[in-house]
Design a protein around this ligand. Sequence first.
Ligand SMILES: [Cu+2]
Length: 466
Amino acid sequence: MSDFNHPSAVDRRTLLKSGAAAVGLAALGPRAASALAASTVDHQAGVVFAPGLPGRDYTPVITPNGAALPFRVVQGVKVFHLVAEPLQHEFAPGLTAECWGFNGRTPGPTIEAVEGDRVRIYVTNRLPAATSVHWHGILLPSGMDGVSGLSQAPIPAGATFKYEFTLRQHGTFMYHSHRDEMTQQALGMMGMFIVHPRISARRPDRDFVLLSSEWKVLPGARRPDPNEMLEFNVLTFNGKAFPGTAPLMVKQNDHVRIRLGNLSAMSHHSIHIHGHAWTLTETDGGVIPPLARWPEVTQLVPVGCTRTMEFIADNPGDWALHCHMSHHTMTQMGHSGINMLGVDAAAVDRAVQPILPSYMTMGTDGMGDMGEMGMPVPPNSTPMFGTTGPYGYIDMGGMFTVLKVRPMLRAGDEARWWEPPAGTLAQAARPEELARDGIIVEPSASPPAAPHHHPPPPTFQPDRPK
Ligand SMILES: [Cu+2]
């Protein structure tokens, strides 16, 4: 049983506070109760806290492939500056698009603060359209909520707006455009907003944030298509599709926290970790009481939600961390192809190539070799999946990354694969092993068909998706 199911000092304190206030809370209703449960600061007393500082008050989060938004303290207020702007963004080697984001990146830089902090966030709009920013999950005055037209006027192109509020909770939150959401989020206008507790009994050794999103980028196109509703072909963690995703580097026995967010347009993601079981400790509504937590290996992160997972990384190795929806671990190409499984490829090629010389039958024994074959792809696009791993081709793409757990972390480990100790690698069974264990492998009635691995014709051009 993971120790994340045992109450920490903070949890006990929270429970005590909740218990003491139980009579009053019953009258206030469940919303007030949940807000209190997420708090380590007594906001009713009107206490002003000094701005929380990294190192002293919290261990900064790690945003793989991302960055933290810098701040300065002015008269006790933490001041941030977001600049909404168009940018060139690389999803994976070979695929770059014109996106919209903040401060030169998508997702925008991670905002980090501490419960009780007063924050002032300037938003400068360098987009060709009006925008606004919503602080997703954060409890604040209505006029600071960022919904264009409802809670504020839109921020016109060229203008700078000021948001200011005091953080009355801690947890994992997000920010995103709330003006023409369909367009602006499809182009990348989102980021994470982390609020650390003011009082923390136990800080994690590694605290990662991964924001999921989905995009439609037709091969060869320069811009994501915001009109797409169903068929997304670029699925990303922090804006990157594998092999563009940076690995999560962890020292063995580290206490690891992974904060998952999802601002995809239409898709929930079931995020699966290998080699470990993790515990859901917080949602975007607050800390889950320890007795209500349970361990698992796959956590569903619905659209518009965050889920915070914790575990002890006690199992060294290279571990996949990915969405379990299989089309979400593929990249462009192939999602709408014709099912060619079992087709006699040579016969079809002979029939079609006289009239269409660039034609080649693909996928007769699956799609796993598509990337490995190195087939040409249109300009500015990325193969369906893959990169070369220590034992051959890794036929994964999209929302996939690697958790690297090492007994010691050395410079350059990001680029090194795990070297399994003797006896800990799956390999072909030897005849004497089969005989020892009484495993009899009947010869096949017909030999397996030779894989259809002929090189593509020089004129080959993959079909563009419909
Ligand atoms: Cu998914």
